[in-house]
Write a protein that binds this ligand. Structure first.
Ligand code: FAD
Length: 274
């Protein structure tokens, strides 16, 4: 599906080592048998891959990819609307009724409900008891005269080249003040970090700025499964900072679990907290 929509883009990631210690750690990790298939090359000298980068400690060029989520979500939404399967409304768990047949919410009747409401599940509703650790993050869209890289730049964050001088750059981590409001201090920090990838001064014009809250969990594993006391309430959440990586596989597994009872993988099943 991703290929057909043109939203999946293979693109290497160049991890610029921050200092000698990180280089040492990076080399150790690159030598690990699990990591080796993903490493294309370790650089020794600054500018070895691309002139003008501040990669004085060298770096690791790794296989990577990015997914155009705005496009994917717009396409998915259009499909649901065309099917008549989407109701756009604010859902209040207190409005949900458990009936002998299943659940009822306004005009909707169903066998059960699956909570996939991101970090909001950490603040209210039947799954608030789980060990959440939500974390706010911000990202920028920008244009710049910086040299376009043929890879994602990665050091204390990342910068994704989108062509024609356009970039997306992120991100940061905050555990207090959880909201979806972009802030000036983080904007300035992300711009400074972006400029820091290049040896010469580069222009930056911020064209977009977003903030969101990652639904992170105490053990860095998603929360999937059924409420221990209410068998009609299910959860598909806790994807943390890696929704793009986790969601496709886990959505299949969750659908199998709901439809056929096939067990969930134990490290993601919320029964690990029983
Ligand atoms: C700055 C930033 C950068 C990130 N970068 C990456 C990355 O590079 N790669 C990656 O894999 N992941 C990344 N993530 C993490 C990724 O965004 C999450 O893993 C993913 O969004 C989780 O998906 P979700 O659908 O579970 O939750 P969400 O995306 O939070 O979606 C939950 C949805 O539920 C809706 N909702 C909540 N409550 C209600 C209600 N009461 N009524 C109706 N609707 C409701 C919300 O509006 C929202 O649309 C990043 C996150 C941030 C903030």
């Amino acid at each position: 599906m991703l290929g057909a929509l043109g939203v999946f883009h293979s693109l290497d990631v160049y991890r610029l080592f921050l200092d000698a210690e990180q280089r040492e750690r990076g080399l150790k990790r690159a030598a690990d048998a699990h990591c080796q298939p993903f490493i294309r090359r370790i650089t020794e000298r600054p500018g070895e891959l691309q002139a003008e980068l501040t990669d004085g400690q060298g770096g690791a060029l790794m296989k990577g990819a990015w997914v155009d989520l705005p496009k994917l979500l717009a396409e998915s939404r259009a499909g649901l609307v065309a099917d008549g399967s989407l109701i756009e409304a604010s859902f209040d768990p207190a409005e949900l009724q458990v009936t002998p047949e299943g659940v009822a919410w306004r005009q909707v009747r169903a066998r059960g409900v699956v909570y996939c409401d991101g970090y909001k599940s950490s603040q209210r509703g039947p799954f608030a008891y789980l060990p959440w650790q939500p974390a706010k993050g911000e990202a920028l869209d920008l244009t710049s005269d910086a040299p376009q890289s043929p890879f994602v730049l990665n050091r204390e964050g990342w910068a994704l080249p989108l062509g024609q001088g356009r970039w997306r750059a992120g991100t940061n981590w905050e555990w207090v003040g959880l909201d979806e409001t972009p802030t000036t201090p983080q904007r300035d920090k992300l711009v400074a970090r972006f400029r820091g990838y290049f040896q010469r001064p580069v222009s930056v014009e911020v064209t977009g700025h977003l903030a969101g809250v990652r639904p992170c969990t105490a053990d860095n594993r998603p929360f999937l499964g059924t409420h221990p006391e209410e068998p009609r309430f299910h959860v598909f959440n806790g994807l943390g900072p890696r929704g793009t990586v986790w969601a496709p596989t886990l959505a299949e597994e969750m659908a199998d679990y709901l439809a056929t009872g096939k067990p969930l993988r134990p490290d993601c099943d919320l029964r690990r907290f029983a």
